[in-house]
Each structure stands twice: as C-alpha cells, then as structure tokens.
Write a protein that binds this ligand. Structure first.
Ligand code: FES
Length: 377
C-alpha cells in the first residue's frame, strides 16, 4: 500500500515561476502542478446481504435461481417440441396483430425463455449467493512477483469454483448444468433439422411418378402435360419448331398442399426440334426416341445448384441456365457443353394418349436437380 499524506496540506509559498498546483481535498502537490499522491478514499463498509446472514434466505435464493434455470430448460424443450410437432400451417390469433404462425410463436417464446432463464438465473445467483466482498489490489508495485502471479491464478481458480458454491449446492449444480447443456440444443436442432430430407429420397421421385398414396408410395399414372400457367393439356400440333412451353403435370397446379415443393421438382421445358437436328450419337438418338415427332421434354431444374433453366437459343438448340451460365445441348440429350453443371438435364419420355394429348410415358429415370454425393455418378 502506498503512503498517504494528510489531506488539505497547502504550502505556505509556491516556488517562483511554477504553476500553482490544485490542492483540492485529497491531493498533495507534486511537480508541475500534478499531484503526486492521493489520499486513500477508503472503501464503504461492506454490507452483508440477507443470504450472507441467514441460511434460510440463502436457500430461498437458491430455489429462485434454480427456478430460473428450470424456466430456461422448459423454454428449450418448448422450442424443440414446437420445431418437430407443431404444423407450420397452423395459425393463432395474437392481440394487436393479425393471425400468426403458431410454430413461429412457440419457437420464439421457447428461445426467449431459454435465454432469459439463463441470464436472469446467472444475475440473481451472482447478486445473492456469490461472494460480493470488495477486493483490494495493492497499487505498488504494479507487477507482482512471478511466484505471486502463479499462485494467484492457481488459487483464484479454486476460490472461484468454491465461491460459486456448486459443490455445496447440488440443486444449483444440476439445474445450471441442465440449462447450459440444453441451451445449445436449439442451435443444433435448427442446424440439423433445417437441412431438410436427404436429396436421394427427395429428388428421385417427382409428381410424374403418379398418384401419391396415403402410405407415401406412388400409383403409376401417365399424367398429361399441362401448360403452365394455363393448366390445360397440350397437343403436338400446337408446338411449332423453335417454340418452348413451360409444363407441369396434370393436377399439380390444383394441389392444396405442397404445390410449390412438387412444382419445383416436376417443372419441365417442352421444345420442338426438326427431327433431323438431333445428333447422330447414342445420346442424340435416345433423346429423339424419348420424344414425339421432334418434341422433347426436359427437367427445368439445373443440375448445378437447381436454378430454373429458362433460356432457349433456337438457332443453337442450347438451353441456358441464367445463374452460372451452364449450357445444355438439346440435340444431344441436353449434354452439358459449358458451365459448372455436372450432369445433363434429365429427359421426360413422352407420347400421346388416345385423345391426342401429350402425356408422360414414364417418370424421370434419374433424380432431377443438382448433383449430390449419393447419386453415384
Ligand atoms: S444453377 Fe444453373 S448453372 Fe448454376
């Protein structure tokens, strides 16, 4: 501890030419008007808290802190339950606003209670049970001996652990551990749950596979090709060479649920080429034979990362993806001729029904959309 000089000592005379030092109470004059010592203001007397004096009060505080950690645990569980169980279509009326998603409301409340419980519990714990005595560090010398520093680190870790009273208060230990352990779960749930289904299951089956049965299987059905957005069937005679149509399977645009999901996978581009324009390659011959009088249908979902392929160059018979310029050659079974796409666009085999409308002869024979590790190619 530094030495202190009685306050208010004012010299009789100031040295000629020097700037008078401010000698307010507590300052002692130094050179150049800068005080060189300060009176130790001292610490206010330490006030014991209820929990320091009374074990019952400490117990009450412990229960309150545990309650807050329990609130956090319940909030976390609410979040997880809401994420997995509540239907995202369900809505609830909330005052001062319109209807809102029940799932969003519960997710928000769950996360709020989860964080609030931990925060309030930690603050209440620190204010009521953890030591609050003032700690004084000697000012001089500023740097302690190395041995003291090492000892400080060592003892503070132990003292800190002891001061938290975790060993003495198993209820706090359990609830705090539970709250902190579960706190990370919403993030993990969000991270893993939001990845969606494995692409193998999702991209291999589209609406073209037929009628979906209650058990999730598909009853084969040769859907008519419907113009999008008119949602009417199309005859070969309507399609001139060079024209392009956006197609959806019959019935898809009338779906009440999952229409957007199904549409994203089942969208097809329909074009007519002069049959002589197909290349005389294995792919070119296959493309022509899977079409009808030069009319061919290809998945509209880019095999790079899934953007809709939407530009058709009539002169080159190339389909272009606007996202990263992948280019597919329609005369050669939509082989990739430029860009980052890893696979040709899947072809939909088509024919006509007995009323002369174009129909899918079979569903896609390979997964649509981006390449992925389970595809095996
Ligand atoms: S998504 Fe089509 S090129 Fe990238």
């Amino acid at each position: 501890m530094s030495e202190h000089t009685p306050t208010g000592a004012r010299p009789e005379e100031e040295p000629p030419g020097s700037t008078p030092a401010r000698l307010d109470q507590g300052h002692v004059q130094g050179t150049g008007g800068i005080p060189d010592r300060f009176e130790n203001p001292g610490l206010p007397p330490h006030v014991l808290r209820n929990a320091d004096r009374d074990e019952k009060a400490a117990k009450r505080a412990e229960v309150q802190v545990a309650g807050l950690f329990l609130l956090s645990i319940l909030g976390t569980l609410l979040f997880i339950v809401a994420y997995f169980i509540v239907d995202t279509e369900d809505t609830v009326w909330v005052p001062f606003t319109n209807e809102m998603s029940l799932a969003n409301l519960l997710l928000g409340l769950g996360l709020a209670f989860s964080l609030l419980g931990i925060g309030l519990g930690a603050v209440h714990w620190a204010k009521t049970l953890m030591p609050d005595t003032e700690v004084v560090e000697m000012r001089h010398p500023m740097r302690s001996e190395q041995a003291d520093r090492d000892e400080f680190v060592e003892t503070m870790v132990e003292k800190g652990a002891k001061g938290s009273q975790l060993n003495r208060r198993p209820l706090l230990k359990a609830t705090f551990g539970g709250a902190m352990g579960l706190f990370a779960l919403p993030l993990l749930v969000q991270l893993v749950g939001s990845l969606g289904p494995l692409p193998k299951n999702d991209l291999s089956v589209t609406y073209w596979n037929g009628r979906k049965q209650p058990d999730g299987s598909y009853k084969p059905k040769k859907w008519r090709l419907h113009k999008d957005p008119e949602d009417v069937p199309i005859r070969p005679s309507e399609i001139t060479i060079g024209s392009v149509y956006h197609i959806q399977p019959e019935g898809l645009l009338e779906m009440e649920h999952e229409m957007q999901n199904e549409m994203a996978k089942a969208s097809v581009l329909l074009m007519r080429l002069d049959p002589n324009d197909f290349q005389d390659t294995e792919q070119g011959r296959k493309a022509r034979s899977w079409g009808h009088e030069g009319i061919v249908a290809y998945s509209k979902v880019c095999t790079h990362v899934g953007c809709p392929v939407g530009l058709y160059e009539q002169t080159t018979h190339h389909l272009l993806c606007p996202c990263h310029q992948s280019t597919f050659d329609v005369t050669n079974d939509c082989e990739v001729v430029f860009g980052p796409a890893g696979h040709p666009l899947p072809q939909l085999k088509i024919t006509v029904d007995n009323e002369g409308y174009l129909i899918a002869d079979q569903p896609f024979q390979e997964p649509v959309g981006p390449s992925f590790w389970e595809r095996g190619e």
